[in-house]
Design a protein around this ligand. Sequence first.
Ligand code: SF4
Length: 339
Amino acid sequence: MKKHILEFLPCELKKYLPDEKKYRVSQILNWIYKNHEIDFYKMSTLPQSLREELFTKLENFLPEIIKIDISKDGTKKFLLSLYDKNKIEMVLIPNDNKNTLCISSQVGCARNCSFCATASMGLIRNLEIYEILSQVFLAIKELEENKLTNIVFMGMGEPLDNLENVIKAVRILQDEQCFNFSPRRITISTCGIIPKLKELADSGLKIKLAVSLNSTIQEKREQLMPVCRKYPLTELKNALLSFRKKTAFRITFEYVLIKDFNMGKEDVKALLKFLGDISCKLNVIKWNEVPSMPFKSPSEEEVTKFILRMQKLSSAVTYRKSRGQDINGACGQLATKVT
Ligand code: SF4
């Protein structure tokens, strides 16, 4: 298979087209990343011979958007069909002057978290670099005049299980001749794959890290997230303290509030102890009910009580209202029906 045009850093594209002058390579990049035009034949400032060369040497297809669900809060969930007919979802969340895109890194996921709809698909395959970036490209086109401001790897899949492709995709997202996103606008979320956290820290990539925590009591977290059997909380904490030393950004912890499960006094005590000496932010979010799953969503009063109990934490605690719930586009709700 030919390489896809979205998989190149500028210096790599120059090497791939050795006979082309540097300004021609810049023109190609401008067409893609400034004009959002990926059809080689429409790149009207390029000579016909170069357009033909691009057509011969490179792929430029995008996933097909087969469905867009629009929530009453403005959130849009896109169902995308890949070249092999596998499906993924991405979610575009408008919020005041911010537009956040939640992207997938895998088709399905192997990590089997018990609160997550994606887990029911199992892992089908990793996304290629261009498939990760195509989601961003499509979202930018969809937004037209509005700017895409933030990208979160919180869609389908565990990004650290596809780390090599995710790292390369982020480098292209951040390159100033490509998507030109600031590191502080990109967040990678993980369930806590310890060796990969080390690899990510050692890669030198500048990104924000979010950790899906959900309980800091070992047995309870194991029930929610089987990954915790292999990588226990004590080891996860050490890995995160080491990660923090190598990055400029505070770690964000995500905590899904599940009624009668992880919101009691002992849960708060364990959470305060776990987070106490990590420079971090804590995002709490209400469990989004998914039919067929046993968990229940707490009431607003129960959420307020939990947050009040967390006041002792010196780090910021944010209650993140779930978006796109009515279209199953909220956290933990993404799962395509595999056909
Ligand atoms: S929560 Fe994330 S890591 Fe866990 S099964 Fe779902 S997609 Fe995978």
